[in-house]
Design a protein around this ligand. Structure first.
Ligand code: COA
Length: 306
């Protein structure tokens, strides 16, 4: 038994914030942001629950099923609408689901963590047959728009996938990691805004993601040449390039949306997945590698046979 992705859905808020918009209020430039981060526009003004409902609805439709067919909702987010109940409860109500629901917070690695957790639960006897795995974040609600080091990077969005028990879609290997000593380089306190030591995060992220990818491929007994599609967390195009260089994965296998979305945190991998699906590359038996990293620090890599 394995688990396939039966449907993907996404949502981005309508409001677009361009580099030119940021130039008007910050000591920055379109050229600097493009060159140092690979971002041109990002979407803002979102609400985590609403984006999650839209993406979830989309994924359910794409899977050709109804809300009643979902056996479990797993939401990853680090920008919940409130302390409690979990934002998964609001999404549960908005989608009219009839199943369990819970939140996961592994920051930008949330979707990849959620994928592994959902997969494991689906393997249990009597476990869910279909899980709606949603990553939704509205980081614009946590950004200090006077801080040029973070205001240029983050945007809002959600991505969802219906994971379904099937004979195809094997999880070949995974790696989950965390280093809580690195919490001070990227955090957001209750009621506060995002604080980040950008250069440090950059260096630690490249090292952690590259190591995690190498460990995962080794466990799967695969080489970089075996991988067909690479879906990396969309934080900075230079991080993606550096990871590819270190791991010998060619950039041509990566599918990226960062230019138009910025860093949408846990939503970025499913957004990149939808982009890859639109290009027609997510075909059965393709080897797909996903890797996310974020505050914590946390990181998670998985390699699946699609
Ligand atoms: N516009 C123009 N100049 C800026 C700037 C901006 N938005 N932000 C920083 N600078 C300046 C700095 O002040 C510094 O100036 P100085 O040399 O006079 O001191 C110079 O640009 C270089 O700063 P540095 O921080 O070394 O830039 P960088 O190349 O590391 O790029 C980030 C900054 C934030 C884009 C980059 O470090 C990054 O993406 N880090 C990872 C962040 C991340 O992924 N976070 C989310 C994790 S999930």
């Amino acid at each position: 038994m394995a688990v396939r992705i039966a449907g993907i859905g996404t949502s981005l808020p309508a409001k677009v914030l361009s580099n030119q918009d940021l130039e008007a209020t910050l000591d920055t430039s379109d050229a600097w942001i493009r060159e140092r981060a690979g971002i041109v526009t990002r979407h803002v003004g979102g609400i985590t629950s609403q984006l999650g409902i839209e993406a979830g609805n989309d994924a359910i439709k794409a899977a050709n099923i109804s809300a009643d067919d979902i056996d479990l909702l797993l939401l990853s987010t680090s920008s919940p609408d409130q302390r409690f109940p979990g934002t998964s409860a609001q999404i549960h109500a908005g989608l009219g689901l009839n199943c369990g629901a819970f939140d996961v917070n592994a920051a930008c690695a949330g979707f990849a963590y959620g994928y592994v957790a959902a997969y494991a639960m689906m393997m249990l006897a009597g476990g869910p047959k279909r899980v709606l795995n949603i990553g939704s974040d509205a980081l614009s609600t946590l950004v200090d728009y006077d801080d040029r080091s973070t205001a240029i990077l983050f945007g809002d969005g959600a991505g969802a996938c219906v994971m379904e028990r099937h004979e195809q879609g094997e999880l070949l290997a995974f790696d989950l990691g965390a280093d809580g000593d690195l919490a001070p380089i990227l955090y957001c306190r209750h009621g506060g805004t995002i604080k980040m030591a950008g250069r440090e995060v950059f260096k630690k992220a490249v090292r952690a993601v590259a190591g995690s990818i190498e460990a995962t491929l080794k466990r799967a007994k695969l080489t970089p040449a075996d991988v067909d599609v690479v879906l990396l967390h969309q934080a900075n195009i230079r991080i993606i390039e550096s990871v590819c260089t270190r791991t010998s994965l060619p950039m041509s296998k990566t599918f990226n949306v960062i230019e138009t979305t910025g860093n949408t945190s846990t939503a970025s991998i499913p957004l990149a997945m939808q982009h890859a699906a639109n290009q027609g590359v997510l075909e059965p038996n393709k080897i797909v590698l996903m890797s996310g990293f974020g505050a914590g620090m946390t990181w998670a890599t998985l390699v699946v046979r699609w």
